[in-house]
Design a protein around this ligand. Structure first.
Ligand SMILES: *Cc1c(COP(=O)(O)O)cnc(C)c1O
Length: 407
C-alpha cells in the first residue's frame, strides 16, 4: 500500500542531500571539534561553517548561535537561562534597582510543551509567570502582552507559528512594541524585557531575520525542516545574560557543555540551505495551494467540521480541524489503515483522552477538542494525495459516528 505522509509538523524525512553531507562525519571525519589536531580542526571547521549558514539565515553574527540537542533544549536554555541570570542579580548583594525582585516571565497559553512546561517548572521554583490568553483564532495580542508587563518582567516568549493550529503570531509587532517599552524602561533605570520566540515551525516558510522580528532569542530544530533528529540551535543576542543549563566543558561559548553532534549539525546546515533554495523556487506557494485545497475539500465533504486556527494568518503547511461526535485518535487509526499519516491535538495518555491545551485556550468546548485532526503538509506532497484524503475522510467520519454510543 502506498503511504501518504501528512504529519510534517511532527517530523520530516531527512533530505537525501543532507544525509549525503553527513556521511563523512559518521566516517573518516570523526574528530572532536575541541581537539587541536587536524582531526579536531576538520570537525571544528565543519561546525563553524554551519554556524555561518545559520547566522546568514537569521541575519546574526555566528557568535550568537549555540548548537543544542533539540528545540526543547534550546527553549529550556532560553527561559531558564534568562530567568536565572536575573535572579542571580537579586542575590549578588550589589545595590541595583532589581535587588530582591523575583523575575517575571510572560508566555502564551498556546506554546509548545517545551516552553509551557519549562514556564510551569520556573513557576514552581518561585519565579512569577503569566500565561497569556489568546483569542478564538489562537492569536496573541501585542497590546495584551504590553498590559501584562510589570516592573520585574524580564522575558516574553511567544511562538512564531503554533504547531497544532498553524496560527502565525505577530512576532514583529510584539518586537516593535517591546522596543518602545524598553526605551521607556531605560529612562526609569529598569531592566530590559527580553524577547524569545520558538520559531521551529516557521523556519522554511517565514522571514526569520532577527532584526525584522526584534527578538533576542530564537529556537529552531533540524528535524522539522528535513534535517536529522537530535540537533537544534538557539540564537542568543550578543550581551544577553544567560546561565548555562548544562555544566561541563567549554563548548559553544561555554553556554552548552557537551561535545557537538558534528554530523547532525552538518546535516542541519545542508537541510537549511536546501530549504532556502526551495523557498526561492516557490515551495511555499505550492504547499499553500495544497493546504487550501485540503481545507476546502474537508469542510465541504465532512459535515459538522470546523477549521481551527486563524483563517488567514496561518502557516502554509497546516490544516487543522475539529470534527463533532468523533475522537481524533479513532480517525487517526482508520486513516492509518488506509495509509494516511496525520495527527490529533488531543493525546491519549494512559487511556485518558487529554484535551489539547491549545484548543482549550482558544475556548473550544472540551467535547469538541476530542475530535481534533491535523494535517501538516510537506514539499513532496501532491494534489492526488490531498484529493485521496478528501475522498476517504467523510466515509471514516460517518463510520465512526455510526459506531459512537453518544448520538
Ligand atoms: C517540534 C517542536 C518543538 C520540539 O522540537 P524538538 O527538537 O523535537 O525538541 C518545539 N516547538 C515546536 C513549535 C515544535 O513544533
Amino acid at each position: 500500500m502506498k503511504r501518504i505522509y501528512f504529519d510534517h509538523s511532527a517530523t520530516t524525512k531527512v533530505d537525501p542531500e543532507a544525509r549525503e553531507a553527513m556521511l563523512p562525519f559518521l566516517g573518516e571525519n570523526f574528530g572532536n571539534p575541541s581537539s587541536i589536531h587536524s582531526f579536531g580542526q576538520e570537525a571544528h571547521t565543519a561546525v563553524d561553517n554551519i554556524r555561518q549558514v545559520l547566522a546568514d539565515f537569521l541575519g546574526s553574527s555566528p557568535r550568537e548561535i549555540i548548537f543544542t540537542g533539540s528545540a526543547t533544549e534550546a527553549n529550556n536554555l532560553a527561559l531558564k537561562g534568562v530567568l536565572e541570570s536575573f535572579h542571580r542579580c537579586t542575590v549578588c548583594g550589589v545595590e541595583c534597582p532589581e535587588k530582591g525582585r523575583i523575575p517575571h516571565l510572560i508566555v502564551s497559553q498556546i506554546e509548545h510543551h517545551a516552553v509551557l512546561d519549562t514556564a510551569k517548572h520556573l513557576e514552581k521554583q518561585g519565579y512569577e509567570v503569566t500565561f497569556l490568553p489568546v483569542d478564538k483564532n489562537g492569536l496573541v495580542s501585542p497590546q495584551e502582552v504590553k498590559n501584562a508587563i510589570k516592573e520585574n518582567t524580564v522575558l516574553v516568549s511567544v511562538m512564531y507559528i503554533n504547531n497544532e493550529v498553524g496560527t502565525v503570531e505577530p512576532i514583529a509587532e510584539i518586537g516593535e512594541m517591546l522596543k518602545a517599552v524598553n526605551s521607556e524602561r531605560k529612562n526609569k533605570n529598569l531592566r530590559k524585557v527580553c524577547f524569545h520566540t520558538d520559531a521551529v515551525q516557521a523556519i522554511q516558510y517565514l522571514d526569520c531575520r532577527i532584526d525584522k522580528l526584534g527578538v533576542d532569542l530564537l529556537s529552531l530544530t533540524a528535524h522539522k525542516f528535513y534535517g536529522p533528529k537530535g540537533v537544534g540551535a538557539l540564537y542568543i543576542r550578543q550581551g544577553m545574560p544567560l546561565v548555562r543549563q548544562m555544566d561541563g566543558g567549554w563548548q559553544e561559548c561555554s553556554l552548552r557543555a557537551g561535545t557537538e553532534n558534528v554530523a547532525g549539525i552538518v546535516g542541519m546546515g545542508k537541510a537549511l540551505e536546501i530549504g532556502i533554495r526551495n523557498q526561492e523556487s516557490g515551495i511555499r506557494e505550492k504547499i499553500e495551494k495544497l493546504r487550501d485545497r485540503l481545507i476546502e475539500g474537508v469542510l465541504k465533504n465532512v459535515p459538522k467540521c470546523e477549521l481551527t486556527g486563524h483563517p488567514q494568518k496561518r502557516a502554509p503547511h497546516i490544516a487543522s480541524f475539529v470534527i463533532d461526535g468523533v475522537e481524533g485518535e479513532s480517525i487517526l487509526l482508520m486513516l492509518d489503515e488506509k495509509g494516511v499519516a496525520a495527527s490529533s491535538g488531543s493525546a491519549c495518555t494512559s487511556g485518558v483522552l487529554e484535551p489539547s491545551h491549545v484548543l482549550l485556550a482558544m475556548r473550544i468546548p472540551v467535547e469538541k477538542t476530542h475530535g481534533s485532526l491535523r494535517f501538516s503538509l510537506g514539499k513532496d506532497n501532491t494534489q492526488e494525495e490531498v484529493d485521496y484524503v478528501v475522498e476517504i475522510l467523510p466515509e471514516i467520519v460517518a463510520k465512526l459516528r455510526k459506531m459512537s454510543p453518544f448520538k
